[in-house]
Design a binder for this molecule. Structure first.
Ligand SMILES: Cc1ncc(COP(=O)(O)O)c(C=O)c1O
Length: 432
């Protein structure tokens, strides 16, 4: 047996993987920009970027060098015992770039879910209220706390409850399958106004915050329309409720702006980040204005590894690289190119029900029939498998798993984009 087969057998035996669905494993040896390379030397174009993480490309030289230089000096010093220079500098940088109401102070942790745990706690502490509202197609993580505010119950929660009480859900603006049977944009945004009912009839009017992704990722690439965001923000202001903007997946150029909320013309009170912040080095952030952050008293919230200096140095270099190369703009242009090509395919390929997204956060919803919109779940899985056989890694998501997810590094080359589009067209035709 070769080393690759040995590793696959060992992974089965020793790793708690909980992989969603088993395909022939890609045993990754190394990666470069938009390509991952298997142990056998087989190359795959990475159209999923480690689930929207390596926005600046795999093994980005500038980011990796910054991490190496920092690792030679200091790998760990707990940020609640010491002052750590790259961590302090990163907090200042975030205060400069994170959109919102006087964003100033950051708490660092290691993963998206932890950033959101921080946001929930600080919102409760500041407002002295305890209830939370999330959107029906949301995804905020896999801890008990973040699953409690994740709307996709069937797919994500399963049998591990009970979850946190005092959480209500308001409708996502899933325009392709409008819960009110309306058509965007002549719909008057009943889904947004419905938030008033949710507050009045499913809470005790003790709501600390509403949490929202500016473009829902795991829920099936559902962009929040500007009008929806505006109405929601107004209702929250009238009722003295904070807005937590979950930028874990949309942050750092992914949607064609540095942060997804910049498409919406609203200002959040708290912003959570992870994934794209350090191009693969683990670090997460929860940023808010000083007055909210200062409601935490000493000892209220801590993380041993949070704000790790190597990851913080990587994040600083990553942000600099993004600005130098104008990666948000690249994402916008490449994303428009991909979405146009996909929409052009729709006339011939009836399996495509909807193409949507912003920048390089693109969803292709598959349906068996455009009238009934029956979700094409097994077809989506088959397309992903065919793409893998052709050397392209893509994702599948959505409430029932019928949405293809295209989220490559923002540095993806046009040559690889064209290759992926061709492979996708072939795969869709084969499955149709
Ligand atoms: C919007 C959003 N929030 C939170 C999370 C959880 O992040 P993590 O897996 O780093 O805990 C994710 C992960 O996919 C996400 O997409």
């Amino acid at each position: 047996m070769g080393e690759r087969e040995d590793l696959i057998r060992m992974a089965e035996e020793y790793l708690v993987t909980s992989i969603v669905e088993r395909l022939e494993p890609v045993v990754v040896d190394r990666a470069e920009n938009d390509v991952v390379i298997d142990m056998d030397g087989r190359k795959y174009v990475d159209f999923f970027a480690g689930i929207a993480v390596v926005n600046a490309g795999h093994v980005n030289e500038k980011v990796v060098n910054a991490a190496i230089e920092q690792a030679k000096k200091l790998v760990h010093a707990c940020t609640y015992v010491y002052h750590v220079p790259p961590t302090i500098k990163l907090a200042k940088r975030l205060a400069e770039i994170v959109p919102g109401r006087n964003m100033k102070k950051t708490f660092f942790s290691n993963s998206g879910a932890e950033a959101i745990e921080c946001a929930m706690k600080v919102a409760r502490k500041f407002t002295k209220k305890h209830e939370l509202i999330a959107l029906t197609h949301s995804f905020h993580g896999r801890t008990i706390g973040t699953l409690s505010i994740t709307g996709q119950w069937k797919r994500k929660r399963l049998d591990m409850g009970p979850y946190m009480p005092a959480v209500s859900f308001t409708p996502s603006p899933y325009c392709y399958r409008c819960p009110f049977g309306k058509q965007y944009p002549d719909c008057d945004f009943e889904c947004a106004r419905y938030l008033n009912n949710v507050i009045d009839y499913t809470t005790s009017n003790n709501v600390a915050a509403l949490i929202m992704e500016p473009l829902q990722g795991e829920g099936g690439i559902i962009p929040i329309p500007k009008e929806y965001a505006k109405i929601v923000r107004e209702i929250l202001d009238e009722r003295d409720i904070l807005l937590i903007d979950d930028e874990v997946q949309t942050g750092f150029g992914r949607t064609g702006k540095m942060f997804g909320v910049e498409h919406l013309d609203i200002e959040p009170d708290i912003v959570t980040m992870a994934k794209g912040i350090a191009d693969g080095f683990p670090i997460a952030a929860c940023t808010t204005r000083a007055e909210v952050a200062d409601s935490f008293e000493p000892g209220d919230h801590l993380s041993t590894f949070g704000g790790n200096p190597v990851s913080a140095a990587a994040a600083l270099a990553n942000i600099e690289f993004m600005e130098e190369e104008n990666l948000p703009k690249q994402a916008e242009e490449k994303g428009n190119y991909v979405m146009k090509a996909l929409r052009d395919m729709m006339s011939e390929i009836k399996l495509i029900g909807d193409v949507r997204g912003r920048g390089l956060m693109i969803g292709v919803e598959l349906v068996r029939d455009r009238e009934s919109k029956e979700p094409a779940v097994s077809e989506a899985k088959r397309v992903r498998q065919l793409m893998r056989e052709k050397g392209y890694l893509i994702g599948v998501g959505g409430a029932v798993g019928s949405v293809l997810r295209l989220q490559p590094p923002l540095t993806v080359t046009y040559e690889h984009i064209d290759g992926a589009l061709e492979a996708l067209e072939e795969s869709l035709k084969e499955v149709s």
